[in-house]
Design a protein around this ligand. Structure first.
Ligand SMILES: [Zn+2]
Length: 45
């Protein structure tokens, strides 16, 4: 599971806050809303 480097909590990938921006998918920590990574949006193009 990914660990937030800001507040130190670990979360299921499914519980992370997701924001789609264009063809990028960004995930945020649900506790402190720090960005935890960004990925190519698999459903975008
Ligand atoms: Zn956090």
């Amino acid at each position: 599971m990914p660990k937030c480097t800001t507040c130190g909590t670990t979360h299921d990938v499914d519980s992370l806050v997701r924001h789609e921006r264009g063809n990028l998918l960004r995930v945020h920590c649900p506790d402190c809303e720090s960005p935890m990574g960004q990925y190519r949006n698999p459903s975008g193009r």
